[in-house]
Design a protein around this ligand. Structure first.
Ligand code: AMP
Length: 283
């Protein structure tokens, strides 16, 4: 495995493999089994001939809250070991001043899917995501990139970016990786208090019950109300949103034959957790 810290080092490492399949896995570090699963999928996709590139970059531009950025865990040594064990060929680990010019003045804003869910609660977040992912796409020039459905809205927005800007990269969505208790793995989980860590699996339990109820014909309102009240019953938990939307355009469901998405964001104390589940009607 090779490591690049500058754009020049990255270009030099990738120059010999241009023309081969290159699969990119962008991350912000503090890697866990969710990230590792994406990297192993990338390894399979790339095959023996292709290359897997992982980026580990805590992107300041996508944080709307300075406290959240400052508290975000960083574990570079462990991250390198994880990348190595998952068969990554090249790790790109730049610092913010390597990535961004001090007087950068281009923004990249998606204007439809970003207005709802996390986009409504975190101003500028998805513009920051689109900017950094675009830069990574230009630097790595991968043939493929893998993103987790844990950040479902992010994946939907990036699919739109690739479509609308004719970016010649195939995006792959990976299923959410969960702990044995159902909690979606997240770099932020380590910041939970023991009590909130113990209560956090309620999110997925509530989502699964909601999926069953929706499949059996429950209304979107009833489903969301139930999830919200389960979360509000936990001491120190404040739901940011609980919404049932069309899985592709992330706006209100207009056609119940299409896949829907139940998405949740909730503050467990200071820590904001997100999760979601895809829904279909049986009736
Ligand atoms: P992050 O480091 O949080 O920006 O995540 C990097 C990538 O890993 C994103 O595409 C995430 O959606 C994905 N990811 C993070 N956690 C999980 C998880 N529990 N299951 C699947 N994908 C995940």
């Amino acid at each position: 495995m090779q490591t690049a810290c500058t754009k020049e080092e990255l270009r030099a490492l990738l120059a010999p493999v241009r023309g081969k399949r290159i699969v990119l896995v962008p991350t912000m570090g503090a890697l866990h089994e969710g990230h590792a699963t994406l990297m192993r999928q990338a390894r399979i996709l790339a095959g023996d001939e292709g290359r897997v590139v992982a980026s580990v970059f805590l992107n300041p531009v996508q944080f709307d809250n300075a406290g959240d950025l400052a508290a975000y865990p960083q574990t570079p040594e462990e991250d390198l070991a994880t990348c190595r064990s998952c068969g990554v060929d090249v790790v790109f680990m730049p610092t913010p001043d390597v990535m961004y010019c001090a007087d950068r003045s281009i923004t990249l804003e998606e204007t439809h899917l970003s207005t709802v869910l996390c986009g409504a609660c975190r101003p500028g977040h998805f513009a920051g995501v689109c900017l950094v992912v675009n830069k990574l796409f230009n630097l790595v020039q991968p043939t493929d990139a893998i993103f987790g459905k844990k950040d479902y809205q992010q994946l939907a927005i990036l699919r739109r970016m690739v479509r609308d800007l004719d970016i010649p990269i195939t995006l792959h969505g990976a299923e959410i990786v969960r702990g044995e208790d159902g909690l979606a793995l997240s770099s932020r989980n380590v910041r939970l208090t023991p009590a909130h860590r113990a209560a956090a699996p309620t999110i997925y339990r509530a989502l699964k019950a909601a999926a069953e109820a929706y499949a059996a014909g429950a209304s979107a309102d009833a489903v969301c109300r139930n999830v919200r009240s389960e979360l509000e019953a936990i001491d120190g938990v404040r739901p940011d949103y609980v919404e049932l939307v069309d899985a592709e355009n992330l706006h209100a469901v207009t056609d119940e034959k299409r896949m829907a998405l139940l998405a949740v964001a909730a503050f467990f104390g200071e820590v904001r957790l997100i999760d979601n589940i895809e829904l279909t009607r049986n009736v």
